[in-house]
Design a protein around this ligand. Structure first.
Ligand code: NAP
Length: 492
């Protein structure tokens, strides 16, 4: 990147609702605001939908599914539109990256170089799946004149309810497969980070998505999120967020028998054995927890280290953490940006204080201001942690890492799986056989061997245990937005 390319903050127009292909303000005129965690200034106002307006969005989506072009469109036509969405995302990558940096505090380059290609790739991957014919035809051995036709059909209307972290990625990982399978969407993004959803809405219209196929409603989870979950005209809730809110959605959704995908919290163990390339393992541990300032569901948020290399790992990791460059996410030199909101910042600092009482602080532990502002928390490492203290058991969702020693393989696996969560995990070892052996025993949807934070549209992603169920990415995601129908035909 040259100096000329350095991104700048921009003025963002007030956010409106997108219902049935038209942007409009909320009927009540009520708005909320979204703020920049670097400058702590308001970026823009965001329309607040009422439960009734959420219902109008559902009605538009229902029409687009039942009568409108999207639900009835040939899957090859749908695929063409999804490929256009992918191209527009790539063309507008700078705008999306600036929005995510201003809204969520993610370094611009991380977003531009890794997240954006992944998001456009998801639309291409699912567009390609939409092109593939998965319907089947069978015969029985006992009635020769019977033919069975199996059809994969869309579910109907999907409500995508998405979290404040990785707002674009976690929206696209629902919206792309759902649209590809022929469903229509009502999207409710997190109140703290709605800016990329608003840009995505524009992309959808510019790509030629028919009216009502994608609707965007902004406003509180407890009001419009809850209204969507209870609405009988919605067939599936695709949710990413906290385990507690997910459990509430499961309870409320039971009334109308919702299909559900639940992508919830995590407390993922990263295991370093003494036979690993220690410098590479320390790098994996550093990025595993501190990428996007730890506001990552699959962060390597418990580090398990074999005793024989424990002191070396703690020392090297702590020095790396101290050298990390905190700063404005729009500054190309920045490695770690600000925490996304004041509420999250206060929560993470509460855990830092608990850590100081229950383990040994070896790096960080404080806050920073950059040019006098910003919700920055230093990358923080706690050594001599045990697996039963709060910072080892609870999801902190910030740049805070407890480091727990272990004796041998059995001890490592015992500690690793002693958690209610099961989202991700990692094993750093020079013995790939051992890595694969332990990968079989870890109860988590993702295992990274000698690496961390690798993703691909083709690789299913999701949780075990309290981290949820269902998978995003891969053919499995697409399938979860479909249902089978068997048609029996008597040829006589
Ligand atoms: P959250 O508080 O659970 O909110 C998630 C979404 O649910 C937001 O859009 C929120 O709206 C909405 N919501 C809140 N209450 C609701 C209700 N009663 N009914 C329907 N919707 C409701 O989660 P968050 O703090 O935004 O995100 C962080 C959490 O997400 C962490 O636990 C993290 O591990 C998890 N996460 C999981 C994954 C994964 O793939 N497994 C990925 C990323 C994050 P408002 O914003 O308006 O409150």
């Amino acid at each position: 990147m040259t100096g000329l390319d350095i991104p700048r903050r921009k003025t963002i127009a007030p956010g409106q609702l997108l219902i049935d292909g038209h942007w409009r303000d909320g009927a009540s005129g009520e708005t909320t605001t979204t703020s920049d965690p670097t400058t702590e200034e308001v970026i823009t106002t965001i329309a607040k939908a009422s439960a009734e307006e959420a219902g109008e969005a559902v009605e538009a989506a229902r029409r687009a599914f039942e009568d409108g072009p999207w639900g009835r469109m040939h899957h090859e036509e749908r695929a063409k539109i999804l490929f256009r969405v992918a191209d527009l995302l790539d063309e507008r990558a700078d705008d999306f990256a600036v929005r995510e940096a201003m809204d969520m505090g993610m370094p611009y380059h991380d977003f531009r170089d890794t997240i954006m290609p992944f998001c456009s790739g998801l639309f291409r991957f699912h567009g390609a799946l939409a092109m593939s014919a998965l319907d089947g035809s069978y015969r029985t051995s006992y009635e020769r004149d019977i033919r069975i036709l199996t059809r994969r059909e869309p579910l109907g209307v999907v409500a995508a309810i998405t979290p404040f972290n990785f707002p674009l990625t976690l929206s696209v990982s629902k919206i792309a497969p759902a649209l590809a399978a022929g469903n229509t969407i009502v999207h409710k993004p997190a109140s703290d980070t709605p800016l990329t959803a608003l840009a995505l809405g524009r992309v959808m219209l510019d790509a030629g998505l028919p009216d009502g196929a994608y609707n965007l409603v902004t406003g509180g989870g407890g009001t419009i999120g809850d209204a969507l979950v209870r609405d009988p005209r919605i067939d599936k809730i695709a949710f990413t967020g906290s385990t507690a809110v997910g459990q509430g959605i499961m309870r409320s959704g039971a009334e109308t028998m919702k299909h559900l995908t639940m992508e919830l919290g995590g407390k993922s163990p990263n295991i370093i054995f003494a036979d690993a390339d220690i410098d590479a393992a320390v790098q994996a541990a550093f990025w595993g927890i501190f990428w996007n300032k730890g506001e990552v569901c699959v962060a390597g948020s418990r580090l398990l280290v074999e005793r024989t290399c424990y002191d070396e790992v703690v020392e090297k990791l702590s020095r790396l953490a101290e050298k990390a460059v905190l700063g404005d996410p729009l500054d190309p030199a920045t490695q770690v940006g600000p925490i996304a909101s004041r509420a999250e910042y206060d929560k993470v600092l509460g855990y830092v204080e608990q850590g100081k009482q229950t383990a040994r602080l070896t790096a960080g532990g404080g806050t920073r201001r950059i040019n006098g502002t910003g919700l920055f928390i230093e990358p923080t490492v706690f050594a001599d942690a045990t697996n039963d203290i709060a910072i080892s058991r609870e999801e902190i969702f910030g740049p805070v890492l407890p480091v727990i020693p272990f004796d041998d393989e059995e001890d490592a696996i015992r500690i690793a799986i002693d958690t209610p969560y099961g989202l991700a995990s990692g094993i750093q070892t020079g013995d790939l056989g051992r890595g694969l052996r332990l990968a079989d025993r870890i109860k988590a949807g993702t295992v990274w061997l000698n690496t961390w934070h690798k993703y691909h549209p083709n690789a299913p992603f999701g949780g075990y245990k309290m981290s949820g169920y269902g998978r995003e990415q891969g053919r499995e995601a697409w399938e979860s937005y479909t249902q089978y129908k068997s048609i029996w035909a008597n040829l006589n």
